[in-house]
Design a protein around this ligand. Structure first.
Ligand code: SF4
Length: 286
């Protein structure tokens, strides 16, 4: 399935993201043009009738990026991508060891009743996940916000609207990706989840990744990126570099939309990251 966005609509979504006008050095001063959209529409359905490409077979983001860049004359080539940083696996909490055997309904039901960490006491609803359960792109945020906790759906409210605009600028609809958070229950007072909580909840996320089998996991924000990649580096050091889970699943990192609502000047970096994500997904298409 392919979703097309014409240039005017895409520009409207970029404007909604706060990406400002861009002036080409070559064309100044005659023409002031808006940020150009070099990204082709992204196919987001799993393809079952094509042979694996080298990118899929190899599973290394550096290979995928190079493959994605072939023929992309209007996209500045990336510097030689370093080897992906492979995250060490995290031992699951004993309470949730058996989740690898669950299917979608069983996993969601287990999460709804879960008391494996203290966050169960502060939730209104478990915010399990939403979207295409066979998506090529999986997006992982931090912890449910008050809006998410109330509606039992990830990425709603103002941050969710901004994420929708980010996806639309890439030519994707929200329903075409799979959305979830590092922890499924809201910490009280909007605090970040602590290590005990992210570790306790990790088995749910691991099982979701195993069921979706995305080609790429996009981490939004420091909590998601640092936990998933088992690092303490800030987002500024993690974005723009290939990463991989121990399972081989590729991972990219960018800022969380809620952060962008406070730091609008970082939206250009996020748009660069989204272009990279689109190139990776295009490279995975046979
Ligand atoms: Fe269970 Fe995760 Fe909720 Fe903790 S945050 S109670 S581990 S579902």
């Amino acid at each position: 399935m392919t979703f097309k966005v014409d240039s005017s609509r895409r520009q409207a979504y970029l404007t909604a993201m706060g990406i400002q006008a861009w002036v080409s050095r070559d064309r100044r001063p005659e023409v002031v043009q808006r940020a150009e959209m070099p990204v082709e529409p992204v196919s987001v359905a799993h393809s079952t009738d094509v042979p694996p490409t080298p990118a899929r077979a190899g599973g290394f983001p550096s290979e995928m990026l190079r493959a994605a860049l072939r023929g992309e004359a209007d996209v500045a080539p990336l510097p030689d991508a370093p080897a992906p940083v492979v995250a060490r696996s995290i031992a699951p909490a004993p309470q949730v060891l058996a989740l690898h055997e669950f299917d979608w309904p069983g996993l969601a039901d287990q999460a709804a009743r879960c008391k494996a960490c203290e966050l169960h006491s502060s939730r209104t609803h478990t915010v399990f996940g939403a979207g295409d359960q066979r998506a090529r792109l999986m997006i992982v945020g931090e912890a449910p916000s008050a809006d998410e906790d109330r509606r039992a759906e990830p990425f709603v409210g103002r941050a969710g609207e901004l994420l929708n605009a980010m996806l639309m600028a890439m030519g994707l609809q929200r329903e075409q990706v799979y959305l979830t958070n590092i922890v499924k229950c809201r910490p009280s007072g909007n605090r970040d989840p602590v290590v005990d909580e992210t570790t306790a909840c990790r088995a749910y996320l691991d099982r979701q990744i195993a069921l979706v089998q995305p080609e790429l996991v996009l981490c939004l924000g420091a909590v998601a990126a640092q936990h998933l990649l088992a690092t303490d580096l800030p987002v500024g050091k993690l974005r723009g570099r290939p990463h991989a889970l121990s399972s081989g699943t590729s991972v990219a990192v960018t800022y969380h939309p809620s952060y962008l609502l406070r730091k609008a000047e970082e939206k250009v970096k996020v748009w660069q990251d989204l272009q990279r994500v689109a190139r990776i997904l295009q490279g995975g298409i046979a």
